[in-house]
Design a protein around this ligand. Structure first.
Ligand code: GDP
Length: 536
């Protein structure tokens, strides 16, 4: 096998999707612990308590109370090179969180056993599901009381509409699980008492159900319950089907505790075997690009503006899709039509940044960007000059009216708003016939509004007046008769605006209002993304 094929086969690039507090930071840290990238767990949490999370590395932003970084953590395990993409939650949730998923080949959906499927998990799930991304489920916090494993399975199936195949089944009773049974290998892992509070790897006894050393450690009742559960799952549950996993139709489910480490290594090992290597990518012209194409290609999925006024540069994060990246190489940037040197490439090994010499499909690198790149831009070998599929537009849920504080600064204000929307930091809408001084901005997380305010002031010397609006839903409108749009009936509590491509969009308070308007305007259709936009 050539170098490229070998590297691709051993790479795994994924994102963890979850609701805040489900344990994403804790699980990430434990994966790093098992990967040998850190030696004692606990360091991430200590950092998190006064700052944000392990991957928030831009000190300056943190001091200013704004953290806008989502990057990648890399470690090696059992011959695999693992790239975990950071998907910011909490107050850091923004469009970047969604866009990061475009760079992943699979997702790990983390669910708190006591809470089940929560709102942010649902949103992130849908973005992955529409892309047919393989999704693996880890039910977390099994060290304490939670819902029954069977109920959690059913909830995922019913709420998210995906088939579930539990691979690791918990052994024991709620809150006091003793180990897991792997339904594919028919192997049992029993966890030994741990005195390190999860800061070290957990000791495990492995064997088969019939083995004396396993059998003798399980009380009769627990043993019998396990046998019954296995029978029930085998008879009434789904069959395991790798093709369905690859298409995102069936999610392998695991149970464990990121805090006590129980089930973490079992999950990691199985996940690495079942999750996909870097996948082919769709091009704008309908063709498919294979990762083992020798020619280099990558796309930009995130742009990180540096808030330090002394270094007014940005870092653009790219996902490599084919070929081999070498430091200092020249690549063709399709959107500007120019050849660009990829100097000073950065990679993120555990908690440090290092300069990369070489990187392969599935890897993420960050490069200093003087302001030429945009979200979704394509970079490639000059021979290829290819263009990846457009990035999807994510429906904004938070809206604000923005105006310049000082009308003499109107020019800078408009320039800033337009450039930041070009960069993908915000979405911009305008009302017709009310003058040009105010814009409506749409975002998916309030952090984006803070960043807008900060950057306009610092980069464009324009102060903002920002009034948040009560709308939470945006829909692109199409109509059989375009005149109908200007005269929509029943929009009393909503607003008609136009996006930057002049497509009509209505903003309303809730889904219920949409139905109300639909009933009064036969012939209208509402779309959650622009009519000609790429599918999420
Ligand atoms: P994130 O917001 O998803 O990154 O969640 P964190 O990893 O910061 O965890 C949120 C809280 O849940 C913290 O207090 C963790 O200590 C706790 N936690 C995480 N995993 C577990 C677990 O497996 N069991 C228990 N009992 N608590 C956990």
């Amino acid at each position: 096998m050539g170098e490229l094929l070998e590297k691709i086969a051993k790479r795994r690039t994924f994102a963890i999707i979850s609701h805040p507090d489900a344990g994403k930071t804790t699980l990430t840290e434990k994966l790093l612990l098992y990967g040998g990238a850190i030696h004692l767990a606990g360091s991430v949490k200590a950092r998190k308590s006064n700052k944000h999370a392990v991957s928030d590395w831009m000190e300056i932003e943190k001091q200013r109370g704004i953290s806008v970084t989502s990057s990648v953590l890399q470690f090696d395990y059992d011959g695999y090179r693992v790239n975990i993409l950071d998907t910011p939650g909490h107050q850091d949730f923004s469009e970047d969180t969604y866009r990061t998923l475009m760079a992943a080949d699979s997702a790990v959906m983390l669910i708190d056993a006591a809470k089940g499927v929560e709102p942010q998990t649902k949103k992130l799930f849908w973005v992955c599901h529409r892309r047919h991304l393989p999704i693996f489920t880890f039910i977390n916090k099994l060290d304490r009381f939670g819902r029954k494993p069977l109920d959690l399975m059913t909830e995922v199936e019913e709420v998210l509409g995906i088939k579930v195949y539990p691979i690791d089944w918990p052994i024991g009773i709620d809150g006091r699980y003793k180990g897991v049974y792997n339904r594919l290998t028919r192997e049992v892992s029993l966890f030994q008492a741990d005195t390190s509070h999860g800061s070290k790897q957990l000791a495990v006894i492995k064997g088969r159900l019939e083995d004396e050393q396993i059998r003798s450690r399980l009380e009769d009742e627990i043993y019998q319950t396990l046998l019954d559960d296995i029978d029930l799952l085998d008879m009434a549950g789904e069959d395991f089907n790798q093709d369905q996993v690859n298409r995102g139709e069936l999610t392998p489910m695991f149970f464990g505790s990121a805090m006590t480490n129980f089930g973490v290594q079992e999950f990691l090992e199985r996940f690495l075997k079942l999750s996909p290597q870097p996948q082919p990518r769709q091009l704008q012209n309908g063709e498919i690009l294979q990762p083992d194409n020798e020619s280099f290609s990558a796309f930009i999925f995130k742009i990180q503006a540096n808030m330090n006024p002394a270094h007014r540069d940005r870092i653009s994060f790219m996902r490599i899709c084919s070929g081999i990246f070498e430091k200092g190489m020249m690549v063709y940037h399709l959107q500007s039509g120019k050849m660009i040197k990829l100097a000073q490439p950065q990679q993120f090994m555990a908690q440090e940044r290092t300069i990369v010499e070489k990187a392969y499909p599935g890897d993420i690198i960050g490069i200093f960007d003087p302001g030429v790149f945009g979200i979704g831009d394509s970079l490639s070998d000059e021979k290829l000059k290819l263009q990846f599929e457009d990035f999807p537009v994510f429906p904004p849920e938070i809206f604000a009216r923005v105006q310049p504080k000082d009308s003499l600064k109107r020019k800078q204000f408009e320039k800033g708003i337009l450039q930041l929307s070009q960069e993908g930091a915000i979405q911009v809408f305008q009302q017709k016939d009310i003058g040009v001084e105010s814009f409506i901005v749409g975002v998916v997380g309030t952090l984006q509004l803070e960043v807008l305010d900060y950057r306009l002031q610092n980069e464009y010397s324009a102060q903002l007046v920002l009034n948040q609006l009560s709308y939470t839903v945006a829909r692109w409108v199409s109509a059989e008769n375009p005149e109908q749009i200007e005269a929509i009936k029943g929009l009393d509590n909503g607003m008609l605006v136009y996006d930057k491509k002049d497509r009509p969009v209505i903003l309303v308070n809730n889904e219920w209002a949409l139905n109300w308007i639909l009933e009064r305007n036969p012939g209208l259709a509402f779309l959650s993304v622009p009519p000609d936009a790429a599918k999420v």
